[in-house]
Design a protein around this ligand. Structure first.
Ligand code: HEC
Length: 144
């Protein structure tokens, strides 16, 4: 057994993953948090407490802290739980991208997004949410 704090292991290739997280970030986070050159949507503006701009607060969180926030959400706020719907690899990539926001102006943000790796999530990140499906039982080929 390990006594590591929460068992979070920060991948050591975090920096190189940023481009993988760009599209996910744009789709999953900017509604509420905005981004350089992007205002929050009405949903984001209407939340209380208000979601902070991640380019401002992002650097105050360590990689594993931010991973936990995105994985678990923040209770009693609008911050959603992404853990059940996104595997760790994917969440780390989003975190990697979010960590770089500080250095981005709107132009850089748009360019990064354009250059980002395509969002063929189903190939890149095999799903393994066994709980969500019933495997086998009850499924029969229709051979009539
Ligand atoms: C539905 C709205 C919503 C979405 C989508 C959302 N968040 Fe949040 N998030 C919030 C709210 C609201 C808070 C503020 C909670 C508070 O003030 O305690 C928050 C807080 C955070 C914080 C802590 C910031 C701080 O210093 O207080 C981080 C980090 C964060 N979100 C990252 C993300 C990332 C990364 C994504 C995309 C994967 C994301 N959020 C998507 C609503 C959202």
């Amino acid at each position: 057994m390990h006594a590591a704090g929460g068992g979070i292991v920060v991948p050591n290739d975090l920096a190189s993953r940023a481009s993988k997280g760009a599209r996910d970030f744009d789709e999953m986070c900017t509604t509420c948090h905005g981004a350089p050159g992007k205002e929050r949507s009405e949903i984001g503006v209407g939340l209380n407490p208000q979601p902070p701009k991640l380019e401002d607060v992002g650097p105050t969180w360590s990689p594993s802290e931010m991973f936990l926030i995105v994985n678990n959400g923040i209770r009693m706020t609008g911050m959603p739980v992404f853990g059940p719907t996104h595997d760790d690899e994917r969440l780390w990539s989003i975190k990697a991208f979010a960590g770089g926001l500080l250095r981005m102006d709107p132009d850089a943000y748009a360019k990064t997004l354009e250059a980002a790796e395509p969002d063929d999530a189903s190939d890149q990140y095999p799903h393994h949410y066994e709980g969500a499906h019933s495997h086998g039982s009850g499924y029969h080929h229709q051979d009539k």
